[in-house]
Design a binder for this molecule. Structure first.
Ligand SMILES: Nc1nc2c(ncn2[C@@H]2O[C@H](COP(=O)(O)OP(=O)(O)O)[C@@H](O)[C@H]2O)c(=O)[nH]1
Length: 560
């Protein structure tokens, strides 16, 4: 024992000499039986294989043991600390360590943190609704909460996608485990009601969902035709909901929002008539198995109609959130109203526009100020009636409205907005492009504002009736294409001067093509050489405000 345990402590004897041990301990030796293991070792002395120490030696040994232990502990702690700093001396590790501490304590990010706003808004506003859309290029929008990658199916372009803020706290929350969710948007237009069922995929819980596909179906006539019979109108919605039930898997119904936005058709009705229809739609929605959010059924204003169509088209063409901020303008020719929307390159465009012709909204952390306007009663069908002098002439059931834009022998009844009008060509008079142009001019002149920039290099996408008429007259195929404004004029002349040939397509073709020509040239002020991209779909998704409205539902763009 001396050699093994006590000897190393000899140097510390002076330390122990100051300790006064109790007398009793100094009189009785303490014995520890040697374990079998110890017995295997050769004895260090001739003493028996047990360890007996006098009390004073026991005390000294215990003190030595304690001292040895504390020395080892002291050395150990120095070693550990030295190892820790060696390991964490690199700045990134150090910061990581600090961040971890902050998170553990549930602290808010430091005020000086360069990204707290995004982090906070992403965290608080998007808890309930999935942000639908794109991945932004990292260099520009590193915050995943804000943007999304463009769905591959829909967007071959590398640009990113949208993300507004959620203003629907009551909406159901797809859990992160769910990889697919849906949104149903009804477009209640003046000439028909359409259902758009969007399927989104949450590919990664960190990334924002992406648009996977769209199911589209249309039904005629529009809800405004049911102003005297809202229940019948409700039945058209029921029919379209059946398609939704077939498209959306049953287990998703309860959390799939169903929304309807009405446009010009309902805007043109009296408040009472429109409300009667909307109330009926709400009831139909309530009896459906889908999620019915607050404000799920309403009339959309013209500004939103233009802006949300712009969002759709720029999303589908990959222009949203691109580094260049290059975007395309949109031209939408509905039945009751027509919209023009674009992002001006020149400040003068906004400065010279009436204040109600501009709209601001936020998207991808950017604020856009667009030139946008919706001309009510200047949609293609409303314009037909206006050209004939029939629009608003309710109660004149006996009157036949005539026009040189119609085939001379044509006679028919036309229904729009729940009213029926008798129309005809001029049997003994003249018909043709020039006379027709003169007639349609009256519907446009003095009404349209020509934006400062429209004669410039902006690229415009035109759809709805622009597409339909260009397709019917052979200007473009079903797949779409580009035309110059002068192509509409050329084709209008041809159609008007050969009315018999084109009558089977539509007796209104001359009037429609002439109206489109006049609208583009004298209404908006486009040059003959302006190139228009005509598209019904882009990447298999309908070019309509409906997709933009779905995004706006999930994340409020705050359009104002
Ligand atoms: N393919 C397609 N065409 C549409 C869609 N929405 C509107 N349209 C076209 O636009 C035309 C008139 O739109 P409508 O909504 O009735 O007119 P509005 O009420 O004045 O906006 C329709 O006849 C269609 O040709 C859509 O989602 N897909």
């Amino acid at each position: 024992m001396d050699a093994v345990g006590v000897a190393p402590c000899q140097a510390l004897t002076s330390l122990y000499s100051v300790i006064k041990w109790p007398d009793s301990l100094s009189e009785h030796p303490l014995c520890l039986s040697a374990s079998p293991l110890l017995l295997q070792h050769p004895p260090l002395s001739s003493e028996p294989p047990s360890l007996c120490l006098s009390p004073s030696r026991v005390l000294i040994s215990m003190a030595n043991l304690l001292l040895t232990l504390s020395l080892w502990l002291l050395a150990g702690s120095h070693f550990v600390r030295a190892t820790y700093y060696r390991h964490h001396r690199y700045i990134p590790h150090f910061y990581r360590y600090r961040e971890h501490t902050a998170n553990t304590d549930n602290l808010l990010p430091d005020v000086s943190n360069p990204v707290p706003e995004v982090t906070q808004s992403g965290g608080s506003t998007n808890q309930e609704i999935p942000e639908v859309f794109h991945p932004a290029p990292e260099s520009v929008h590193p915050m995943p909460e804000v943007f999304h990658h463009v769905p591959e199916v829909v967007h071959p372009a590398p640009e990113s996608y949208l993300p507004p803020q959620v203003h629907h706290p009551a909406a159901p929350v797809p859990p992160f485990s769910s990889r697919v969710f849906y949104g149903i948007m009804f477009d209640a237009g003046s000439t028909g009601t359409r259902i758009h069922i969007y399927k989104f995929i949450q590919k990664d819980p960190v990334e924002l969902p992406v648009l996977d596909s769209e199911m589209y179906h249309a039904i005629k006539p529009g809800l405004s035709e049911y102003k005297y019979n809202p229940e019948e109108g409700g039945n058209t919605i029921r029919q379209l909901l059946k398609i939704a039930k077939k498209t959306v898997p049953e287990e998703e119904w309860k959390r799939t929002p169903v929304v309807l936005r009405a446009t010009a058709g309902l805007r043109l009705l009296t408040e009472e008539q429109a409300e009667g229809i909307l109330k009926e739609v709400r009831e139909v929605f309530e009896e459906s198995p889908f999620y019915v959010p607050i404000n799920s059924v309403s009339i959309m204003n013209g500004i939103n109609e233009g802006v949300l169509a712009w969002v759709t088209v720029n999303f589908l063409t990959g222009h949203l959130y691109s580094n260049t901020r290059r975007t395309v303008g949109i031209l939408d020719l509905g039945g009751g109203s027509t919209q023009i929307t674009f992002l001006p390159k020149s400040k003068k465009t906004i400065e010279t526009a009436p204040s109600s012709y501009t709209a601001r909204f936020s998207l991808f952390n950017n604020t856009y100020e667009l030139y946008t306007h919706s001309y009510l009663k200047n949609g293609l069908i409303a314009a037909r009636l206006a050209t004939l002098g029939a629009l608003g002439a309710d109660g004149l059931d006996w009157k036949v409205f005539t026009s040189p834009c119609l085939p001379k022998k044509y006679r028919a009844e036309v229904t729009f907005g729940g009213n029926t009008y008798k129309v005809s060509g001029i049997p003994d008079g003249y018909a043709g492009y020039k006379l027709c142009y003169y007639e349609v001019q009256r519907v446009i002149k003095g009404i349209f504002h020509q934006p400062y920039e429209v004669k410039g290099t902006n690229v415009f996408y035109a759809f709805s009736h622009y597409f339909d008429r260009a397709n019917e007259t052979g200007l473009i195929s079903e797949r779409g294409g580009t035309v110059e404004v002068r192509d509409f004029k050329k084709k209008a002349k041809e159609v008007c001067n050969k009315m018999t040939k084109y009558r089977p397509i539509s007796p209104f073709l001359c009037m429609d093509m002439t109206y489109i020509t006049c609208l583009l040239k004298e209404g908006f002020g486009f040059k003959d050489s302006t190139v228009l991209h005509l598209a019904k779909k882009v990447n298999n998704v309908e070019t309509s405000w409906a997709l933009g409205a779905t995004f706006d539902f999930f994340r409020n763009f705050n359009i104002h």
